[in-house]
Write a protein that binds this ligand. Structure first.
Ligand SMILES: Nc1ncnc2c1ncn2[C@@H]1O[C@H](COP(=O)(O)OP(=O)(O)OP(=O)(O)O)[C@@H](O)[C@H]1O
Ligand SMILES: [Mg+2]
Length: 230
């Protein structure tokens, strides 16, 4: 039996827009097992990033319950959320979100500083992660001295350096050309093969097809669940 790493129960999110309440997520039920590579597909405005922000503890649902790695994480304080976020979640974004003044190595080390890991161990782990994503030889480069695909590799190394339970990626190939995007997807597939749990958001069916499971969000609801064997 595979362990459930994440479970959303009747998660809803709405925004008050003047008089009207806009429902962005409508009673989402979702279970993610350890080691899954889940692709979340859906058109622009369907609620994908809202869902990712809730999964990543960057945003709170309006109602519903959320269990992550054995913790109930709805209704926690900011401080508690930040601690769980740092431990359990690694983020990868469309625009990489690296700090421009820091080298690839310093960017990769950053989450470990927040975790309070000593400097020497930090550096060692960051170098190992950069090696894993094929960028050890560029570790002293700053982001502007790297290609888009290389910057995304640094972002992936940074996301994984804390050994999070889940890697969350929001349109990770969205800013890359097709060939570079495929290389990033290949890296995700390798990480999936090594047992990492990955949630990847995309509006591109071809990209989503690389997941071990695909769900589709339409207008704030999970419209279709397409499972195939892992
Ligand atoms: N802070 C907010 N206040 C009000 N409405 C919001 C807020 N954030 C998101 N929304 C609305 O929620 C809906 C879903 O947005 P979301 O960013 O989750 O879509 P998405 O599926 O990620 O789209 P895209 O593919 O374009 O990134 C949109 O209609 C958006 O306008
Ligand atoms: Mg989005």
């Amino acid at each position: 039996m595979t362990e459930t790493i994440l479970s959303l129960k009747q998660i809803s999110k709405s925004y008050q827009m003047g008089e009207e309440e806009q429902a962005v997520l409508k009673s989402i039920n979702l279970e993610i097992k350890k080691g899954e590579f889940l692709a979340v597909l859906g058109p622009s405005g369907s609620g994908k990033s809202t869902l990712m922000n809730i999964i990543g503890l960057l945003d709170e649902p309006t109602s519903g319950h959320y269990f992550l790695a054995g913790n109930q994480v709805d209704h926690l304080s900011e401080k508690e959320l930040a601690a769980i976020r740092n431990k359990e979640i690694g983020f990868v974004f469309q625009q990489f979100q690296l700090l421009q003044k820091l080298t690839a190595l310093q960017n990769t080390e950053l989450p470990l500083i927040y975790s309070g890991i000593p400097a020497k161990a930090r550096k060692k782990r960051a170098i190992e992660m950069l090696e894993r994503v094929g960028l050890k030889d560029k570790m002293l480069n700053r982001p502007h001295q790297l290609s888009g695909g290389q910057q995304q590799r640094v972002a992936i190394a940074r996301a994984l350096v804390t050994e999070p339970s889940i890697l969350l990626a929001d349109e990770p190939t969205g800013a890359l050309d097709q060939k570079t995007g495929q290389q990033i997807i290949k890296l995700f597939q390798e990480l999936h093969g090594e047992g990492k749990t990955i949630v990847m958001i995309t509006h591109d069916l071809e990209v989503a097809a690389n997941g071990s499971r695909i769900i589709r969000i339409l207008d704030g609801e999970i419209d279709e669940v397409n499972k195939h064997d892992d």
